[in-house]
Each structure stands twice: as C-alpha cells, then as structure tokens.
Design a protein around this ligand. Structure first.
Ligand code: SAH
Ligand code: SF4
Length: 365
C-alpha cells in the first residue's frame, strides 16, 4: 500500500490517520515485518491488525555475490516463479536494479529475460519488497545511512507494461515516510511503451532511460519489436513531452552494442541525425551473452569508434561497465525462474486493447 492507501485502510478500520504513518515507517524505514514489533502502537491494535493485513516481502531462494561486489538475489514470487534483483556498489552510490514483471512479453531479440517469455506482472508489494529486502540484507553504512541510494527499474520486465503497480511502488520509494529517494535517483527504463510514457509524465515523473538500440525504424523493428507498434517518431515526440516534466532535463539513451548489427560508424552518424533536437546522453552497453543468442558482443575498438562519433557531435557518452557477469547478473542476463512461458502473445493482445482503450478514453475526454 502507498501511504494514501494505507491511510484509507486505517480509516476503514476506524483508526486515526497517523497510525498509517507509523506502520508505514515501521515497515519501510524500520524493515519490520511483524505488527508485534511496532512498539508505539497500542497492544490492542497490534493484535487486531493481523486479522486484516499482512506484511510480506518475496522470500529468498538463492543469493550470489560477484567478484566485483555485485550481489544478486533470486526471490520467490510463488507458483514456482522467481525474480531477480541486483545490487551494484559504486564509489559514490549503491544502485539497486529492480524487476517489474516475471519475464517480459516484449521479446527483444538480444535479451535473455525476453527469451524466457512472460508469466505475470509483479504487484506493487513484490516490487517494493525487492527494495525492502535489499535494505535488510545490506544493512547500513558506517554513518548509519542506507546502502541503496539509487533505484533503476531495469531488472526483469518492461515497467511501463505494468504501469499501476510500478507507479505505486515508486510512490513508496519517493515517500519521505518510506524510502525518501529523490525523483532524480529513481530511473525508469523503457523500450518505448509510448501511451504509458505519456501517462507517467503526469502520474510519477522520474529520471528516464530509453532503450534505443537502433538508429532507424527498419533495424529497431527487428531488435525491439514494440517499435512496430510505436515507431521512432512517436517515441521521440513522447520523450520530448516527458522531459518538460522530468526531474532531469535529459533522457539517457541505452544502446546495446551488437557486433556487425548496429555498431558501425555509419550507424553512429545516423544516430546523431536521429536525436537532433533532443536533450540526451548515451549509455553504450556491451552486449552480455546468454545461451543460444544469435549475437556477439561488439569489439572494444568498435565500441570506442562508435563513442567517438557521438562525442564529436557533442554528446556525453558512457560505456556501461559490465558488472556481475560472473553470476549472470549483468544487463539482459536476468532470467529468474519463469514457469509459464505461454502468456506472451495473449498479453501483447491485452496491452493493445488497453492502450486503445486509454487513447479512446483520452479522445472522449
Ligand atoms: N524492459 C526495460 C528495462 C529492462 S532491460 C527496457 O528494455 O528498457 C535494461 C537494459 O538492458 C535495457 O536497455 C535492455 O535493452 C538492456 N539489455 C537487454 N538484454 C541485454 C543484453 N543481453 N546485454 C546487454 N544489455 C541488454
Ligand atoms: Fe523486455 Fe526490456 Fe528485455 Fe526488451 S530488453 S525483452 S523490453 S526486458
């Protein structure tokens, strides 16, 4: 529950609104999952609450630690399904990479999560439960501060295909009584679900990353199939509009480097043309392999040549360090444990209906 939802819940129970705030703080700031441990609640309330509610994060299945300090947890979300959450320590921050779905329906050709198929959306509880879990597992730094300073919605799944649950979970991340993260420190990465990017601008603007991966529609149609539905012109119009409300005045374009596919100097020049007029930075991601994938990672030379073209055009470019690849925790390697692989097509149809309905409702309004 977000804080407003919890406040409504306590009102229904005939309790004062400040009780909601107390419980919310116990859960998210105290890491507590037993009502009995909430010592400033009346004993009668502590005894009453378990009849109406439970506090439950996904359970730990396995834990792995990389040589480079990256940690990956596989969490149980029931009926044999598991999701992965990854912690990436850096000198000046600690980033948690959070999953939004069990698998992903969008089927990008270079992504291991996509190849797993899709089972279901995660609930807001399961999404925030990943941050709750990581904070508990990591403890605090010597200054008593939390170790997770940044969240990226870049784990398994497409966050904008699970809009309501993801935005509710982000509300809790941002809430001063929850995790108190600033909007600039929460980044949502999307492959381009355009109607929901428009909704995100009004509902919960956070820092934005867009998985671009190709400089033209013909290639992007193949690598990121959602492009067939929402081509680059529509995506770019939505990004420009989003930036008018975003906490950062630029978008980060993620671009996976696939040998011989999208990594030539000609592609880089085409990309410069494409992004003209958009405030952006680039994050080049050396492709991370997974079994039976039909790609190779670009050579370091190719990546550097590509970067140089973008830099000469005046753009800030970073090359993403590959972290945690010895434990399959690097970008695009998260496969979790996805049981039912048959839902992909069904879900794409449901989304099509949903977004048509959303657009229809907008026009009507
Ligand atoms: N669904 C969202 C967020 C999750 S993926 C999205 O696509 O943006 C996070 C990033 O990792 C995306 O940019 C994605 O394209 C990239 N990625 C996927 N598979 C990869 C792989 N095998 N190697 C490197 N990056 C990959
Ligand atoms: Fe889904 Fe993102 Fe992977 Fe594409 S890259 S299949 S949208 S998780």
């Amino acid at each position: 529950m977000t804080l407003p939802e919890m406040t409504a819940f306590f009102a229904e129970l005939g309790e004062k609104p400040f009780r909601a705030k107390q419980v919310f703080r116990w859960i998210h700031q105290g890491g507590v999952d037993q009502f009995d441990a909430m010592t400033d609640l009346a004993k009668s309330l502590r005894e009453k609450l378990p009849n109406f509610a439970r506090i439950e994060a996904p359970k730990l299945m396995t834990e792995q630690a990389s040589k480079d300090g990256t940690r990956k947890w596989l969490l149980d979300v029931g009926t044999g399904n598991g999701i992965e959450v990854v912690f990436i320590p850096e000198a000046d921050r600690g980033t948690l990479c959070v999953s939004s779905q069990v698998g992903c329906a969008l089927d990008c050709t270079f992504c291991s999560t996509g190849k797993q198929g899709f089972n279901r959306n995660l609930t807001a509880a399961e999404i925030i439960g990943q941050l709750w879990w990581a904070n508990k597992a990591l403890g605090k730094d010597p200054k008593g501060e939390r170790i997770v300073s940044n969240v990226v919605m870049m784990g398994m799944g497409e966050p904008l295909a699970n809009f309501d649950e993801v935005t509710n979970a982000m509300d809790i991340m941002l809430d001063d009584h929850g995790y108190g993260l600033s909007r600039r420190r929460v980044t949502l990465s999307t492959s381009g679900v355009v109607p929901n990017l428009k909704r995100l601008k009004d509902r919960c603007p956070v820092a934005l990353a867009v998985s671009l991966h190709a400089p033209n529609d013909a290639l992007r149609d193949v690598l990121v199939p959602i492009n067939q539905k929402y081509p680059l012109a529509e995506l770019f119009a939505a990004i420009k509009d989003y930036l008018t409300a975003a906490p950062r005045d630029f978008v980060t374009f993620e671009y996976v480097m696939l040998d011989g596919v999208n990594d030539t100097v000609a592609h880089a020049h085409e990309l410069v043309q494409l992004v003209a007029g958009i405030e952006c930075k680039f994050n080049l991601i050396p492709w991370n392999p997974f079994p039976e994938a039909p790609y190779q990672r670009s050579s370091n030379n190719a990546i550097h040549r590509f970067r140089d073209v973008l830099q000469q055009a005046g753009y800030v470019v970073t090359i993403r360090k590959t972290r945690g690849d010895d434990i399959d925790a690097a970008c695009g390697q998260l496969a979790g444990q996805v049981v039912d692989k048959s839902n992909r097509n069904r879900v794409i149809r449901v989304q099509a209906v949903d977004s048509a309905a959303t657009e229809g409702a907008k026009r009507a309004a």
